[in-house]
Ligand binder design. Structure first.
Ligand code: DX5
Ligand code: ZN
Length: 215
């Protein structure tokens, strides 16, 4: 099973994001947290930032939309050139239609589940998605503690995915102390914000996480 490490620029220096992205050449993708201050109580940036990032890096972008009405906004991020567009199940009115629109625009479609959202109903519709994001903290802020209760949900999702080509992503509190547990439970795509950009050598932090996830 492939391992993907995705540093989250939520923990980068917002006045120097391009320079910070250039410091993580070992990353597989760059994780871009879009927050609208409605779906989550925090505000970051939107489509113009994604468009600009696509101009300054060759790394693929995985856009994590923490916004209301993703049905309306998500396809635009795919049209702009994001490799993956992941939206929250709790916010979508018609998640399957939105995933299809993302795929039609040329990106992979992901569905994200907050810690309190059961995975069960989504497991029947896995063929409509390229990624399932099991949030391991409440979405909204970096630097929170990993919730070990989510390991059972990761196992449940892996049990249904099996060896299908659907990425199982974890996001929140992922670092050297937690990544191996999520890998053992079945995750293959790892978002890390503070544990990468909080390190004096972010690329070394990426490589260390990859080693811990493949050990
Ligand atoms: C939180 C975001 C995460 C955040 C993770 O809502 O979705 O991507 O950057 O940050 P850490 O890795 O610091 O928990
Ligand atoms: Zn995220």
């Amino acid at each position: 099973m492939a391992v993907r490490i995705e540093p989250s620029i939520l923990s980068a220096d917002f006045t120097a994001i391009a320079a910070d992205v250039a410091r993580i050449p070992s990353a597989d993708l760059v994780h871009v947290d879009v927050m609208d201050n409605h779906f989550v109580p925090n505000l970051t940036f939107g489509l113009p930032m994604v468009e600009r990032l696509l101009q300054v890096t060759d790394l693929p972008l995985d856009v994590h939309l923490m916004i209301d009405d993703p049905d309306r906004w998500a396809p635009g991020f795919a049209e702009a050139g994001a490799a993956v567009v992941t939206f929250h199940a709790e916010a979508a009115k018609d998640a399957v239609a939105t995933a299809r629109a993302i795929r039609s625009a040329g990106a992979k479609a992901g569905v994200a589940l907050k810690p309190g959202t059961p995975a069960g109903p989504w497991l029947d519709r896995l063929d409509e998605f390229d990624q399932v994001l099991v949030m391991t903290v409440e979405p909204g802020f970096g630097g929170q503690a990993f919730q070990p209760e989510m390991l059972d949900k990761i196992r449940q999702v892996r049990g249904t995915i099996g060896d299908r080509d659907v990425w199982l992503q974890v996001d929140g509190g992922i670092g050297p102390a937690t990544i191996a547990r999520t890998r053992e439970a079945g995750a293959d795509t790892f978002v890390a914000g503070s544990s990468v950009f909080g390190d004096a050598d972010p690329d070394a932090a990426v490589r260390r996480l990859r080693e811990l996830a493949t050990a």
